[in-house]
Design a protein around this ligand. Structure first.
Ligand SMILES: Cc1cc2nc3c(=O)[nH]c(=O)nc-3n(C[C@H](O)[C@H](O)[C@H](O)COP(=O)(O)O)c2cc1C
Length: 355
């Protein structure tokens, strides 16, 4: 059973984690040191969200290092690497800017996403491995073709398969994890890449989702939207209220490139769109309002105290969230979320084993 071997591989370099492996997503601008450290201290893997400014990333990593140093958690203190991960958006950052930070802080994991071209990852992986041989490099992709491509060329230490239900940016052409994970796992095995551990993300918000992802063949699970309702996340209170209020994720959220055009020209690589709560800007787009007018109203609204966020779908700014949002109803400490979701997953798997 490859996922058992993968779990062994992953726990060998994430020794403070306990199964099932839960990972908080590197939500750029939302997941800072307080969230990442809380998740790792609870036995998960916390990721710091993608940042463009390397001095900001250094500050976050220094804060995380002192939080870990002050902790009495022996597994965290004994970790040979900084026991968290760092998200990097490969289309924005430059390898030469990122490498010195990774060399200095040696995070357990460097997570790469959204390269302009899939071929670009090879240079990233090589440079990061050379700079910090103890750090592992993971890549998130959204379809089988991309998984095969990066497995063959870049040879990452793990691949996260991001399903179409995911909040935030993702592959425009993607399936949900229920189809994506098994098909990608079979294809990778057939092509001789069955040694690369697979993780799953997209729409997973509780122990049932974790158990399902593990049953599909993933060795661990990445959750973003669930942590938008954590005490440690850096989110505007009105945006968080909108997340808590949203029900029926298939109707409350939508994937669209419009969300990346609200501020001006879309800078994301062609293959990507993003999933946000349905907001007034999107409704206007459906109703035929022109892009320029939508942008004007958006850019006016974000200058306000509420930053363009509102509940009741009335906001103008995007509120990135996945389809699992309807099951996210209250704000909890990130550590409690990790423990609770793991417990639920074990209960679900125990129940299924009796069938
Ligand atoms: C608010 C938000 C911001 C995100 N920002 C990033 C990011 O900066 N870099 C990245 O690799 N993924 C980002 N993601 C996507 C996550 O990596 C992950 O695929 C997603 O959260 C999983 O789906 P879920 O939100 O349904 O759990 C973001 C997701 C959300 C919800």
């Amino acid at each position: 059973m490859p996922s058992q071997q993968w779990s062994h591989t992953l726990s060998s370099y994430l020794p403070w984690t306990s199964p099932p492996l839960l990972i908080s997503a590197p939500m750029g601008g939302f997941a800072w040191a307080p969230l990442a450290t809380a998740v790792s201290l609870a036995g998960g893997l916390g990721l710091i969200g993608s940042l463009n400014d390397m001095s900001q990333l250094r500050t976050q990593l220094a804060e995380a290092r002192s939080t870990f140093a002050a902790s009495s958690n022996a597994a965290i203190k004994d970790s040979p690497t900084l026991p968290l991960g760092v998200g990097i958006l490969a289309f924005i950052c430059k390898i030469e800017d990122v490498v010195p930070v990774i060399r200095e802080f040696e995070p357990a994991v460097v997570w790469l996403f959204a390269a302009k071209q899939l071929d670009d990852y090879t240079a990233w992986v090589d440079a990061l491995r050379e700079a910090s041989p103890t750090s592992k490099v993971w890549i998130q992709v959204g379809n089988v073709e991309a998984a095969l491509h990066v497995a063959k060329d870049a040879r990452p230490d793990a691949i996260c398969l991001q399903g179409a239900d995911a909040g935030g940016h993702g592959f425009e052409k993607a399936a949900g994890i229920i189809s994506l994970v098994p098909e990608a796992a079979d294809a990778l095995r057939r092509e001789g890449h069955g040694d690369i551990p697979l993780l799953a993300s997209g729409g997973i918000v509780d122990g049932r989702g974790v158990a399902a992802a593990l049953a599909l063949g993933a060795a661990g699970v990445v959750m973003g939207t669930r942590f938008l309702a954590s005490k440690e996340v850096a989110i505007h209170p009105i945006a968080q209220a909108a997340v808590l209020e949203a029900q029926d994720g298939g109707q409350a959220t939508r994937r669209s490139k419009l969300f990346d055009q609200l501020r001006g020209p879309n800078v994301w690589p062609e293959a990507y769109d993003g999933r946000s709560l349905v907001v007034q800007s999107y409704q206007d787009h459906v109703d035929g309002v022109g892009l320029e007018e939508i942008q004007r109203l958006h850019n006016e609204a974000v200058l306000g105290e509420d930053k363009g966020y509102a509940t009741g779908r009335k906001g103008r700014a995007a509120i990135w969230a996945g389809t699992g949002v309807g099951s996210v109803g209250k704000v909890e400490e990130a550590g409690n979320i990790v423990e609770k979701v793991k417990r639920e997953a074990r209960e679900v798997m125990g129940g299924l084993a009796k069938l």
